[in-house]
Design a protein around this ligand. Sequence first.
Ligand code: SF4
Length: 258
Amino acid sequence: MRSTSRSTEISRPASAAVLRRKTAFISRLLERRLGIPRRQSPPAPPLDMLIATILSQNTSDGNSHRAYSELRRQFPTWELVAGASPAALRTAIRTGGMANQKSVRIQETLAAVLQMYGTYDLSSIRKLSSEEVIRRLTAFKGVGAKTAACVLLFSLRRDVFPVDTHVHRLCTRLGLAPGSRTPEETFEAMKSLVPPGKAHSFHTNLIRFGRTICRPSNPRCGECPLYGRCSFEGKAAPGGSRNTPARPGRDFMLLDNV
Ligand code: SF4
């Protein structure tokens, strides 16, 4: 059966130019709604950011911030963290969850940093290209592209757009990374789409938007300013979502407060 020109048009994948324009539109809209996010000044050193990012996995920013603060209070230098007893380290970071795995990962990472750089300091990566920084950091066991991108964006102030599970959810629901199945695929897809200079603003505002409106379950579609731009098949009919009040204090970003 012949398809109509309209159905042919709908089924055609969006071109890169269309996706770039849509990404820029959403970035501007979120800035109008949520503002341009504040940045930490001065930014944290790269090793601090790497350890904070490891602590932030699978927990809220509030819990991981408490864990990171307690870690630095009890062990003010990375030498002390590297030499701490596993039990003491687990206790210090307990509020961040998964303390067994994270304490091991932190000490393994510090050992690898010392072996590779001869010091508990990653400042020398500042002179490297972003691609080389990703290659170096992901050589550490358990450090993925998302963690490396967070070090680049939040510590080295590079215009790199990290993609975690939340940013992946939003980019796919909004149709910016159609067909991407993992955060890693979305990270690659978004490289050419995020407007220059907007990686921090867009990343941070997507996280905030995902905490308050486009939540993992029961998104507040009825009050979503991006409803007409959303490609998510599971979105609620206009005015039909079961809206519940957003929780207060959902604006805290760990990696801008290391
Ligand atoms: S319409 Fe619903 S699913 Fe789509 S972006 Fe908005 S909140 Fe998310």
